[in-house]
Design a protein around this ligand. Structure first.
Ligand code: DAH
Length: 360
């Protein structure tokens, strides 16, 4: 009996002193685990005489239940304390003011690229891309631009530096998006309907020119493509882009090496009281160059000009962005003046689309 009292005293004290769940588990194993002290005593019952067992059995069982109950009670108390401590540590003051988050805007050029992509996508054009560093073959030769053509002169074109022993073909910063026409023909074959918006580079800098600017190229190739479809496509685009019921486009005969015939296109507008209006008035603004793709160009792209025709156009994105959003100076686009960006920038959720976003 003394031994039992001793065990009770020892384990009740250890239970009371356990400071966490792990410690408590250690106590449980030492007392009631398979190799625990009390379990060992229970196993000794088998070797006792019937008389002794009659006394020791209930006493041991009582001890076991008592320790078990103490363990459970202590475990519940420890768990409560742990929860209290967490609740103390993890509180949040919901009345604190929020942290300011810097917010940017969408640059008008990006916005206009999204808008025109949405409009042309609606007409069945997908987006094609090409590198900004282009071989002179893609930028000039493939587009039927003769070796002596003035635009090749270092005056206009940025040539990439080449070491004396570098025999790779000369590369340029592309001077227009037209080389993407060739790449699209080579990778897709006919028929084709693509636009290619992107950056282009020329050595030029004044109020209406910057050394880097943006163009969007358009290319449609099929069996029976005519100038009429070019005209409809451009008119439809301008109506949607400038959000006016009627636009009037003027096709002026022109010359580009990569198209035959070629036309430059002006849009009717008015400048009354410094306010630009598209679709009315007596002024004309040039917005793009276009024409029927030259057979030499089709051949450079691996397309048989006996079977396929196409129209192409190249439009200045910066120019049409200035027109649409009344931005007077081209250079401001690239000055990264925060006040300007906040004024002319667009909210991220201002998503363009033919049906919804374009009316602003
Ligand atoms: N590449 C010409 C330029 O940069 C623009 C252009 C004119 C593109 C006529 C065309 C085109 O596709 O058909 O000035």
């Amino acid at each position: 009996m003394d031994a039992i009292a001793e065990l009770r005293g020892k384990y009740l004290e250890q239970v009371a002193k356990a400071v966490d769940i792990n410690g408590l588990e250690g106590v449980r194993l030492a007392a009631l685990g398979k190799k625990g002290e009390i379990s060992a005593k229970m196993r000794e019952l088998g070797q006792m005489s019937a008389e002794d067992r009659l006394i020791a059995g209930p006493a041991l069982n009582g001890l076991k239940s008592e320790i078990d109950a103490a363990l459970k009670a202590r475990r519940a108390a420890l768990e409560d304390a742990e929860l209290d401590a967490r609740l103390q540590g993890e509180w949040l003051d919901v009345t604190l003011p929020g942290r300011p988050r810097p917010q940017g805007t969408i640059h008008p050029i990006s916005q206009v690229m999204e808008e025109l992509t949405a409009i042309f996508a609606d007409m069945g054009f997908s987006v094609a891309e090409g590198p900004q560093i282009e071989s002179d073959w893609y930028n000039f030769d493939a587009l039927n631009i003769a070796p002596e053509h003035p635009s090749r002169q270092e005056m206009d074109t940025f040539y990439m530096h080449r070491a004396a022993d570098d025999h790779r073909p000369p590369h340029v910063l592309r001077t227009h998006t037209s080389p993407v026409q060739i790449r699209a023909m080579q990778t897709q074959g006919a028929p084709i309907r693509v636009i290619a918006p992107g950056r282009v580079y020329r050595m030029d800098m004044d109020q209406t020119h910057t050394p880097m600017f943006h163009q969007v190229e358009g290319l449609a190739i099929d069996r029976d493509i005519t100038m009429a479809q070019l005209k409809w496509t451009l008119e439809e685009f301008c109506r949607a882009f400038f959000e006016v019921e009627e636009v009037e486009l003027r096709f002026r005969a022109s010359h580009f090496p990569f198209t035959e015939p070629s036309a430059e296109v002006d849009i009717r507008c008015s400048w009354e009281g410094g306010q630009l209006k598209i679709g009315e008035g007596n002024d004309w603004l040039e917005i793009l160059g276009s024409g029927m793709v030259h057979p030499h160009v089709l051949r450079s792209g691996g397309i048989d000009p006996e079977k396929w025709q196409g129209f192409a156009f190249g439009m200045g994105i910066d120019r049409i962005a200035m027109l649409k959003y009344g931005i007077p100076d081209l250079r401001a686009f690239f000055e990264s003046d925060l006040r300007w960006l906040r004024h002319y920038g667009f909210a991220a959720l201002d998503q363009p689309g033919l049906a919804a976003g374009l009316s602003r």
